[in-house]
Design a protein around this ligand. Structure first.
Ligand code: HCA
Ligand code: CU
Length: 394
């Protein structure tokens, strides 16, 4: 089943380099490559060696590192590009050509028949040069291409018998999970090669689309750290891991090191000049915070009540916020215990009421609550407050 047996093609060093803030030096690329390799991704996709002399040298440097991850580079469907790429020692080539009417008209100007002929010529040639190279053929803007055109191209390429993978790309981020599911399952039925999905996030479906692709038979998913890429990027590595770990934790833990995620995200965020978004899956600052008293109580008893993900899988800790009007006495009690203070349940309940009343008037911090806890534990609670215990609800 593909949702257990899948491969990550980590494209921070290709799609991610197309992010507006990215300008990686060779040293930075090497650090990213090593960090992702330690994380356990199966592939690293790097910018085409045709992009610039530096890109060519960087690609050579990374293929020379001897990483476990297989090194791919991304090239246009041109024999000359392929020749230069093959000379860098990469493990695989990701070949792409646009098939949508927009790209055919405004980019390369070729008809579908011309695309099929060109793909056959270039792919056969690559295979003849490099019998063992991993070869992928992808159409760009697959979801704004005519389905009949797309299928003609994929069937013709699959029939050549020279590619390992067919890729589909939601280049402008408009595909829905059901559209992705349909296209992948059609390809799965009609072709034999592995299937790769590359999805942009313009309308927020990149992670869902990647998951649906796997459910329908895809084998490879493209990601980047924090999802960086053109515009607002693609499926993020962390978001994809969050999705997969809720689905099959063991499969993720066997293959990858999710405890490295935060370090990798901080590394890349710093290099491209962004912060980790507050609502980022797993590493966003509020991802494991709990606030409402009802939540806090259950979390203290059994964290899984309100956590689908376990922060310790990622080397993180949960945080229960207690300094606000939604707080509950169980959470306040737990804080007292953390501070080593002895207060009776009725004192804690009364103090909780007091905190709620104070928080109605002004924002409180944990320091304020801690100070109150110390004061009350030392028997200096405000006169009158402790008599309200009887009115305090759970
Ligand atoms: C781009 C190309 C691409 C290619 C994806 C792929 C896309 O527009 O820069 O080769 O699978 O999104 O179509 O990143
Ligand atoms: Cu892309």
């Amino acid at each position: 089943m593909s949702t257990q047996h899948y491969h990550i093609i980590e494209s921070t060093l290709r799609e991610g380099e197309q992010f507006i803030g990215a300008q990686f030096s060779r040293e930075q690329k090497i650090r990213i490559a090593q960090a992702l390799d330690e994380f356990g991704v199966e592939y690293l996709e790097l910018t085409s060696p045709l992009a610039s002399p530096g890109s060519l040298a960087d690609l050579r440097a990374i293929t020379g590192l001897g990483l476990n991850a297989r090194i791919l580079t991304h090239i246009r469907c041109h024999r000359d590009d392929a020749a230069i790429a093959l000379d860098t020692g990469v493990d695989g080539l990701d070949v792409v050509i646009g098939t949508s009417s927009q790209l055919r008209q405004f980019s390369h100007g070729k008809s579908i028949d011309q695309i099929i002929d060109l793909a056959a010529e270039v792919l056969d040639w690559i295979r003849a040069q490099a019998p063992n190279i991993e070869l992928r053929f992808s159409t760009e803007d697959s979801f704004r291409s005519e389905e009949k055109d797309l299928l003609r191209v994929y069937l013709a390429v699959d029939k050549l018998g020279v590619v390992n993978r067919l890729g589909i790309a939601d280049t402008v981020g408009i595909a829905t999970p059901s559209q992705v599911g349909r296209l992948v399952s059609t390809l799965r039925r009609l072709t034999t090669a592995d299937i790769e999905f590359h999805g942009h996030n313009d309308s927020g479906c990149a992670i869902a689309n990647a998951f649906t692709a796997l459910e329908e038979g895809a084998t490879h998913i493209d990601t980047t750290v924090l999802g960086i890429g053109e515009r607002n990027g693609i499926t993020s590595l962390g978001g994809f891991i969050a999705r997969m770990i809720t689905h099959d934790r063991d499969a993720v833990m066997r293959k990858y090191r999710p405890d490295r995620l935060r370090e990798i995200e901080l590394l890349v965020a710093d290099m491209v000049g962004v912060d980790i978004p507050y609502n980022n899956p797993i590493t966003g600052f509020s991802a494991f915070t709990h606030k409402a008293g009802i939540h806090a109580k259950a979390i203290l008893n059994a964290p899984e009540t309100y956590e689908a993900l376990n922060p310790t899988d990622f080397g993180l800790t949960r945080y229960i916020s207690i300094a606000h009007r939604l707080t509950g006495w169980n959470a306040v009690k737990s804080r007292a215990e953390q501070l080593g203070l002895t207060l009776s349940d009725s004192q804690i309940k009364a103090l909780t009421q007091h905190i709620k009343t104070l928080a109605d008037d002004k924002p409180l911090g944990l320091d304020d609550v801690d100070e109150l806890l110390h004061t009350w534990a030392n028997g200096r609670e405000m006169a009158g407050v402790s008599f309200q215990v009887a009115e305090v609800a759970e």
